[in-house]
Design a protein around this ligand. Structure first.
Ligand SMILES: [Fe+2]
Length: 151
């Protein structure tokens, strides 16, 4: 089911919340490209956009978690890698079988529904870690640059 972005999905970190909204929009574009049978080019373009967006967004999150010394980074990275593998499989099937309602639904399930679950189950955890006083930016920066005399 196509859902609209909602404030209920916010984790309270502006840059990441904004990217999650963009991820949502990319998901809807992909669904509509498949459903409207915009032709092979349109679907491949929407998939490429989704892939680029996901890569950029995951890099932002991973950098953020590293800066805050998030202890469950490895498990979170595995989720991101699994998402990209599912996207590869979807692309293979679209290239092999062509667009269909079933593949449009699968795309929505993989991108929109995955994102909603991932925000609720995983992203909130690093947000809580930071809000609960997990290693702050300043101290994390100090660990990355231990010889900086200003710290
Ligand atoms: Fe994430």
């Amino acid at each position: 089911m196509l859902r609209d972005w909602s404030d209920a999905y916010r984790i309270g970190i502006d840059e990441i919340d904004q990217q999650h909204q963009g991820f949502f929009a990319a998901s809807h574009q992909l669904y509509e490209a498949i459903l409207n049978r915009e032709g092979r080019e349109g679907v491949i373009e929407a998939l490429a956009f989704m892939r680029d967006y996901a890569e950029t967004h995951f890099t932002t999150e991973e950098d953020f978690m590293r800066r805050h010394a998030y202890p469950d980074l490895a498990a979170h990275l595995r989720q991101h890698i699994a998402f990209m593998r599912h996207l590869d499989a979807l692309e293979d099937d679209l290239r092999t079988f062509g667009a269909s309602q079933e593949l449009a639904d699968r795309a929505l399930d993989l991108t929109q529904d995955w994102l909603i679950d991932h925000i609720a189950d995983e992203d909130v955890l690093y947000a809580l870690h930071v809000k609960a006083g997990g290693l702050g930016e300043r101290r994390a920066a100090h660990l990355e640059r231990p010889t900086d005399p200003d710290l």
